[in-house]
Design a protein around this ligand. Structure first.
Ligand code: MD6
Ligand code: FE
Length: 214
């Protein structure tokens, strides 16, 4: 089996400048103030995730005993998710992703937090990529193929790095092995924040304007 990276995977080191990271971190802090972090749990077992989460945009990803799903409101406050910062919508379109992103999942890693190997597959369409932005401490990001078994490799994601999972890489297995404490000074309390932008529902492309007959 080939271990070449899957088509449609892009790792973009330093895609965001220091100033852009600072501005985005401030906007994310505002989102968290309005939509408090919650601790997701595994369906059925109820085992807590080690990351805490919130969302912005029209839809948000939640995990509780009933399962994984997208919903328009915060599971604890019942409020709609805060609006998505415009710079994230702009980044999404600059990377060539279609329509507008419908959700930004915000994962917050305190020291010792990690994320097991998984696929992002709760969306109603896989035609759009997932775009991921890392802020704060560097993470060891593990990437495999489109089956759970098989070779994996790891890459370090530093603050300002962006990853795109499109095409054949859209359903790639991936996870966070660990976060390297103290590797960034961006976030006041240290730690790491990862943002994942996604399309949840299919979109319709506007039909082309009829040509003028002149
Ligand atoms: C993280 N990232 O970086 C977790 N998912 O903390 C993801 O789960 C992820 O980076 C889909 C595409 C890109 C990602
Ligand atoms: Fe993921």
């Amino acid at each position: 089996m080939s271990d070449a990276p899957l088509e449609g995977l892009a790792v973009l080191p330093g895609r965001l400048s220091a100033a852009e990271q600072r501005a985005l971190a401030d906007e994310v802090a505002d989102v968290i103030a309005a939509a408090p972090l919650f601790t997701p749990v595994m369906p059925r077992t109820g085992a807590p995730f080690s990351v805490r989460m919130t969302n912005c945009g029209p839809l948000g990803w939640v995990a509780d005993r009933a399962g994984y799903r997208y919903q328009p409101t915060h599971p604890e406050t019942g409020d709609p998710w805060p609006a998505m910062p415009q710079r994230l919508i702009d980044l999404w379109s600059e990377l060539g992703a279609p329509a507008d992103p419908e959700t930004c999942l915000i994962n917050v890693y305190a020291p010792g937090a990690r994320m097991g190997l998984h696929q992002d597959r709760d969306e109603g369409t896989f035609d759009a990529p997932v775009v991921s932005v890392s802020l704060g401490d560097t993470a060891v990001f593990r990437m495999g193929g489109t089956t759970r078994r098989g070779p994996t490799r790891s890459v370090r994601l530093a603050s300002g790095d962006v990853v795109v999972f499109g095409g054949a890489a859209r359903l790639m297995y991936h996870g966070i092995d660990r976060v390297l404490a103290g590797s960034s000074t961006l976030l006041p309390g240290g730690g790491r924040i990862n943002l994942t932008l996604r399309r949840v529902t299919p979109w319709t492309t506007p039909s082309p304007k009829p040509r003028s007959s002149r």
